[in-house]
Design a protein around this ligand. Structure first.
Ligand code: PRX
Length: 644
């Protein structure tokens, strides 16, 4: 028996479903969508026009996503565990919430938000550590129809301020501080530093996680536990889920592009829900009762789709982990797998590569036999890491799914389905039903046939496609829908093998992928240029054994602070302040000039070769304004072997 009516069970069925999704997409998705809870059914399944970057799914329908993630499961499995939580501190007891308990928590918090003045359509910024309350906060926003914008804990006050300003958010939900490994990060303090630049913020709700001292500003800042207490005193009334339209905005998630300013990717309610659920159920082949452990942070799209909305809409048990893979030691993930008997483990290649570096000792005495499915996400996985994961973690029995997707796609786009469709190391393999990938050449011509490579585009909308970039629809249209005529452009390079399997080779634009974190080179350059002594800078990526890509900055500097080393540290601090520690360059080389064309354009191709250590492969420099500068940069280039 199928656990979910639309769960694909074998290769033939995949082929049938795929063909149907292409031939008759509206019926295909309508059949799947009927298994969700709607307050009012849709009038039309799909309306779209890539020219204007408009896509609408399930037009006319009304729903609330939390009724699909919580309420509907109360009839069938109120006592099933919805959320399991493992603390950063291995000695702190774990916590679990059944679907009934989750309902109570989300209802209470929905009242709290409403009492603070939040309402449907408002933007609410969430800046918290990985604690269950973060999931409650996300769901409570959705329940009242507010739009959440979760900001990863590694971003600085300035980045938060930019995001709050862009979204004109009225409420912030945060913690006093967050535990991460052996560090305590003062989240409230960072919020306090951001807020003077954010006049739209009316209220700040603070969850007390670490009992750190914090400043609480009168009338603006409120303690979570005190506000909950007020609701409890009123007898914990039910909070009826606010009806939302299918295309009402569910969340904004900021992500980097090739310009200096991150964009607010907007996902709407119905299509995103169906897509997150469908991909979760099919890629991981989830079976009721299984424990799903996605190690991402909810500050990224992976956490939104595969910790919160995908699993909960499927009635699954989702495991949240507050800490990091290497603290107190490199056996932490394996200890968690053993402790909870995890069935599905979904993590990033960078984590696998870093844990590989500790050898097999951390696996000693850890029972990993519960693992049925392994997944990777966020960056290309090299064969060595794939094999290690498959062999040592999956004991050569658990299928590995290499899932390619993006913040903009809402859910997994190209991936094998665990144990159902074939795997191939370092290949994302075949598209999910509903996804029509095409490879195009530089002129936008489609490259037909197998054994091909080109830029990856998608030629038909799927339910989880980006709807807009917040406050600037034109930017969405230009970035994704006008590079190639009538296609969604992913920004990735890709090849298709002799069997039609896809392998993503990496970004073809100025976006870096550092430890699975997406960072724009222009964003890092802007941050470096904020430093008083910097004249100009150019940032490129280079291959890094663990992080996938490292950040190499070429900097023209005019006023050294005592010496070069101290100046480099000053620059790192500046980048941490402007963007956050995740964007700090791995290498900084001071230069007297940058290779530029006569029209003033920086020749990044040359800098990339230098950063990669390929000094002999630089190619033609005769079109440069000053070819000599290349010789100087080459002479002083930093060694290619990784350093951090
Ligand atoms: O370059 C691709 C890479 O990550 C980019 C998307 O980053 P982000 O929006 O932060 O989302 C990450 C989590 C979905 C893509 O454009 N990427 C993601 N998954 C893979 C990948 N590259 C290769 N293989 C993957 N499985």
């Amino acid at each position: 028996m199928k656990s979910y009516p639309y769960q694909i069970q074998n290769w033939e069925e995949y082929q049938e479903q795929y063909a149907r999704s292409v031939e008759n997409p509206e019926d295909f998705w309508a059949d799947i969508a009927q298994h969700f809870h709607w307050k009012k059914p849709w009038d039309k399944v799909l309306e779209w026009d890539f020219k204007t970057a408009k896509t609408e799914w399930f037009q006319g329908a009304e729903l609330n996503i939390t009724e699909n993630c919580i309420d509907r499961h109360l009839q069938t499995q109120p006592d099933a565990v919805a959320i399991l939580w493992e603390s950063n501190n291995p000695d702190e007891p774990s916590v679990s919430y059944t679907y009934q308990q989750l309902q109570d928590k989300v209802n209470q918090l929905s009242h709290v938000l409403t009492n603070l003045g939040a309402k449907k359509g408002d933007r609410i910024c969430i800046y918290m550590g990985m604690i269950p309350e973060l999931a409650f906060a996300v769901l409570a926003c959705a329940r009242i129809g507010a739009i959440h914008s979760v900001i990863f804990g590694g971003f600085s006050a300035q980045s938060i301020a930019d995001r709050i300003q862009d979204a004109q958010a009225s409420v912030v939900i945060t913690c006093d501080a967050a535990y991460r490994g052996n560090k305590t990060i003062g989240l409230k303090e960072i919020i306090d530093e951001a807020l003077p630049q954010c006049p739209s913020i009316q209220k700040v709700l603070v969850y007390n996680r670490t009992h750190s001292p914090v400043s609480m500003i009168k009338d603006r800042d409120h303690w979570w536990h005190e506000e909950i207490e007020k609701v409890t005193q009123q007898g914990n009334p039910h909070f009826p889920a606010v009806p939302t339209q299918a295309e009402d905005e569910l969340f904004i998630l900021y992500t980097s592009g090739s310009t200096g300013k991150p964009k607010g990717v907007v996902h709407t309610t119905a299509g995103y829900m169906v897509w997150a659920n469908y991909t979760f159920v099919n890629v991981f082949q989830y079976q009721p009762g299984q424990i799903h452990f996605c190690t991402a942070d909810i500050g990224w799209i992976t956490g939104h789709s595969y910790i919160v909305y995908g699993p909960l809409s499927a009635g699954a048990t989702t495991l949240m982990f507050e800490g990091i893979p290497t603290w107190p030691d490199a056996g932490r993930f394996w200890e968690i797998v053993d402790k909870y008997k995890v069935d599905i483990l979904y993590t990033a290649p960078t984590a696998i590569r870093s844990l590989m570096g500790f050898g097999l000792d951390p696996l000693n005495n850890k029972d990993l036999s519960s693992i049925k499915v392994l997944g990777t996400v966020g960056e290309p996985i090299n064969e060595e890491a794939w094999n290690w994961y498959h062999q040592h973690i999956g004991k050569s029995k658990a299928p590995v799914v290499d899932t390619w997707w993006q913040t903009e796609t809402g859910g997994i786009m190209i991936s094998n389905l665990a144990g159902v469709t074939p795997a191939k190391p370092s290949f994302a393999t075949y598209p999910l039903p509903g996804i029509q990938p095409v490879l195009v050449d530089e002129n936008g011509n489609e490259i037909q046939g197998n054994n091909a490579s080109g830029n990856l585009c998608i030629k038909f909308p799927w339910p989880g496609i980006i709807r807009t970039t917040y406050g600037d629809h034109q930017r969405c249209q230009q970035t994704y829908f006008s590079v190639y005529n009538n296609l969604y452009f992913t920004g990735d390079g890709c090849l298709r093998d002799e069997n039609g399997m896809y392998r993503i080779t990496g970004r073809v634009d100025d976006v870096l992928n550092v430890s699975g974190h997406r960072i724009g080179t222009a964003e890092v350059e802007n941050a470096i240029n904020m430093h008083a002594g910097v004249v100009e800078s150019a940032v490129v990526g280079y291959p890094h054994d663990i992080k996938g890509q490292g950040i190499y900055a070429f900097v023209i500097f005019n006023a050294f602070h005592e010496n070069e080393e101290l100046t480099k540290k000053d620059i790192l601090i500046t980048v941490s302040k402007i963007i956050g520690p995740i964007a700090k360059p791995d290498k900084i080389q001071f230069v007297s000039g940058l290779p530029k064309t006569r029209s003033g354009k920086i020749m990044r191709r040359i800098l990339r070769k230098i950063a990669e250590g390929e000094l002999e492969q630089i190619g033609d420099t005769t079109t440069l304004l000053d070819p000599q500068v290349v010789e100087e940069i080459k002479r002083q280039a930093l060694p290619p072997a990784f350093n951090t």
